[in-house]
Design a protein around this ligand. Sequence first.
Ligand SMILES: [Zn+2]
Length: 412
Amino acid sequence: MVNALSGGARAVARCDELGRAPFSDTPGALWRGYLTPAHRAALDRVAAWMHEAGMATRIDPAINLIGRYEGTAEGPPLIIASHIDSVRDAGFYDGPLGVMLGIECVAALYAEGRRMPFAIEVIAFGDEEGSRFPAAMLTSKALAGTLDAVPAMADDAGTSLARALAMFGSTPERMIEARHPGALAYLEAHIEQGPVLEAEGLALGVVTGIAAQVRFAAVIKGLAGHAGTSSMALRRDALAGAAEMVLAIERIAREAGGDCVATVGRLEALPGAANVIPGEVRFTIDVRSGAEARRDDAAEAMLDAIRSIADRRDLEFHVERVHTLPASPCDPRLMDLLEASLVEAGHAPRRLVSGAGHDAMVMAALAPAAMLFLRCRGGISHNPGEHVDPADAEAALAVMLGFIAKLGETCA
Ligand SMILES: [Zn+2]
């Protein structure tokens, strides 16, 4: 019955199946946390699909599920992977779709009795979202060998990571043994989680890298005073100044163009009373771009704007850089292979940066990495409204198979 569906549609249907009990830990909604009963159920189900597609499976000490399809030659494998954990009240496709499409790639080769000159490993990472324990991408880090030690941590219910791992037959110390010996290449298909492809009427895009990020904490100080007795001319209103700053930040990011984005996501006015002029405002600034120089230029212009607005309004200010993440570019040679496969399949060669983090940026430490984005409706993700057209999944599968064939040619 299930085989009546073509590969892309089957990948989507399987994500839908994984969206319900017993593959969710929340009744009536999807939450699949790392090392939960839903995670275990998903491991069993996905392993069965891997077997059906001709793969041998194992679970590593970080509780990543690895399906392996042998090649005609020895050597490092091509890894096709994504994650099967989810945020709370999640959509069905963020993560699992990349795993399901990996399985479909192998299923298509297996059906034709084809072997590549390299093995293919399809991996379902256990923790990308960090939705249970206070650490994200724990299991891809373990596999990529960038996890030196696992700090002690517990979930909201007080269950320690050690105890949760013990239920799956592992320990925090052993997680490090998940380190992979090395890969020929890493490929991840993922929903875009943004509106760019949909807006341009495109099903697919080649990811150029994960955006460089910088985050600031700003404190603006004016003078608190009585809302009724302080004349407008003499006020030093920190919130009115901050409002101007927020708009300046938005304008600068817009003017920077391309992939530059900036967000003031949190803002707090003190003392926070209806009849008091705000004397102090604290807010965050998050700036991202695929190019570190563009990010830095925009961030610098924002700090200049804050300075001049503060000067004009006689406000004090303090801005601290609290977080910096370098850009994680995808491998140029693999991007070219993916794009050639995209063009061959009749798609426009669209390249775009990922504003969100993915396992791919962790895996880039282990192997050259490439990512394929699929259009998702309204750019919506981390939300039950997440939607992927099965026809787009079909198109992605064809492009991934084209990529595998081209990678095979480079090995000849
Ligand atoms: Zn994801």
